[in-house]
Design a protein around this ligand. Sequence first.
Ligand SMILES: [Zn+2]
Length: 450
Amino acid sequence: MSNWIISNALILPMTERRQSFPGYVRVRDGVIAEIGSGAPAKAADDDAVIDAAGCALMPGLVNAHTHLYQVLLRAVWEDLELMPWLKRIYGCARVLRPEHFYAGSLFGCVEAIRSGVTTLCEHNFLNPSPECAFETIRAIKDSGLRAVFARTIMDTGEIVPDCTKEKPEQAFRRIEDILAQHARDEQLQFMTGPNTPPINTTASLLKEIRRFADDKSLGISAHVAESKSVVECVRREHGKNGVVEFLHEFGIPGPNSIFAHSVHISKDEICLLKETGASVSHNPVSNMMLGDGVAPVVEMLRQGVNVALGTDGAASNHSQDLFDTMKAASLLQKVHHQDAGVIDPYSVLRMATAGGAKALGLESICGTIEGGKRADLIFVDLDTIHNQPVNEVFSQIVHCAKAGDVRTVMVNGEILMRDRRFMRHDPSQLIADARQANGDLMKRLSNLSF
Ligand SMILES: [Zn+2]
């Protein structure tokens, strides 16, 4: 069933600044067929009616940067800065098994659905065996989410275990295998990229990645300038002022590139992002947790750079909750600039919807409620103590609403969660499976020294 009429909703289409109105949305074959104010005309025989009274109906949220399996590593390595923390995250590849990726990724997807995410970008970077990527993709498909799987590559670096270093031709062959197997999957797109340049990618790999991405028409996802230490490395080893400047030499920033973090970038680099059309995934909770710094989000938005929002993995967040992230994104800029008016809630919500869709090359598919786009929709319950009374709905979605207010989630016209009940999965079974995978992983990790 994918023909629906959703009625009695407060619609936030995210197409026009601060526009909201009471109305309905008609979905035919998984596509938004009609949006109107007031009550809909009579339903067709095969339409199912959903009464959304008391709810805001919004485009599903887009989590533009995460590592799903890391839900198994929540609160494992605490109070560490990026480099010592990364050493442990990378070291984990020595004991991670494909079954950990499946259990963790499915659990992460379900947590994402529960918090109103309908599209996510899985930035995949640990591949001790090809099955790890395949099992992550299988979990995403089983969840019903729309996703971009960014299969990145590492070929050097002191803290990178040998089992995850790849020669370019070997990595490209593996990516081609993934593309061949999932070529016809409408809800799944692919990217490639250097994981965290330049600390784990050589200059020759960067050249090869640009060529391969062009050849296969793939976008590029990378961790960029997350901490000062990465910028110090690019200055010391490559004589460049910053990571974006360095990557520009290889043609990496472009309209199909998404740079996670971009915390330590200069004004000139912000201009480079704008000129090349590259997008940024801002991950404020992760940045705060690792003590990275504050990304120049306001400056990027003022320059016209497309900014999306991401949770990052649960090992540095510790959740997959994009409502948390929206509130953090808003408050962090206000306190950083010591200016309460420096960012407005509509802009924050736009980053989490249309901005994310654009960053992932999906702007014609999702990110707004518009006729012809796929029906990726969420119902946010406003009839709760902490959301009432509603005075300014965009501010209240960003600053008052919680993940638990998401009542119903639809992707491609399929309901994945209805009235907070998962349609594809039994949460108690998922919790049991995640605990088992976590127990096994922790046992294996206890044999490693960092
Ligand atoms: Zn990340």
